[in-house]
Design a protein around this ligand. Structure first.
Ligand code: CA
Ligand code: CA
Ligand code: CA
Length: 224
């Protein structure tokens, strides 16, 4: 819509209003104030969520023996609780009771072994089952199969995430350990796990590795 405008000096407006008996309230808008424009025709798209704005990662470095899983996701597919992003939305196993965020590292495995996920942040602070909250914002959802605990809804997934807008920059290291403190864990024998890393709403890497009881493997590291 367009309108023609006529510029009238403020003093003239004031004089007219005073003579007509109207009360005039004036205020000044700061020169930097923003004006909100409504209407759908020219409305711009809403900004993306903060989880997808600024954070990117260099391609993770992978340890010897770790197999890189090629992307197999399908848009619209059902998201299974398997340590992979099945529906290509950049979140791993959403709907399985775990949190996501600007960084998400998810470990899944198919046996009764007690595997443990360790993610070390750029400050050297390690997030794992005995230290589930880091000062940098890192969180571990649960210690799956902790001491062969079967009480959890899903006993074969561990998930570490940073859900703030800007996790600290620097190097992150991801490791997995096979707890061998009891036969209820080690009876499972060698176990092949799947681990995925998502950064800034995109999958940075997905991996497989066959781990033996008592072994610890530094799966991957990545840099923000
Ligand atoms: Ca997903
Ligand atoms: Ca999945
Ligand atoms: Ca565990």
């Amino acid at each position: 819509m367009s309108m023609s405008r006529m510029i009238v000096p403020a003093s003239t407006v004031l004089a007219l209003l005073l003579t007509s008996g109207c009360y005039v309230r004036t205020y000044h808008r700061p020169p930097t104030a923003r004006v909100r424009v409504s209407g759908s025709a020219q409305a711009s798209a809403p900004p993306p969520p903060s989880s997808q704005v600024t954070v990117t990662a260099q391609s993770p470095t992978v340890a010897t023996g770790v197999t890189v899983v090629e992307a197999t996701c399908t848009q619209g597919a059902a998201e299974e609780c398997n340590g992979l992003d099945d529906n290509c939305n950049g979140q791993i196993d959403e709907g399985c009771g775990f949190s996501s965020g600007n960084i998400q590292v998810t470990l899944a495995w198919p046996t009764q072994a007690d595997l443990d996920l360790y993610v070390t942040d750029p400050n050297g602070e390690q997030v794992y089952y005995q230290h589930t909250q880091a000062a940098s914002g890192g969180r571990l959802d649960q210690d799956a199969r902790g001491g062969c605990n079967n009480a959890q809804a899903d006993n074969n997934l561990e998930n570490v995430y940073w859900d703030q807008a800007n996790p600290p920059s620097g190097a992150y290291q991801v490791a997995v350990h096979y707890w061998d403190g009891a036969r209820c864990s080690t009876n499972a024998g060698a176990t092949t796990f799947t681990l995925s890393i998502a950064v800034g709403g995109q999958i940075a890497g997905a991996y497989n590795y066959t781990i033996a009881p008592g072994q610890r493997v530094d799966v991957a590291s990545f840099q923000l």
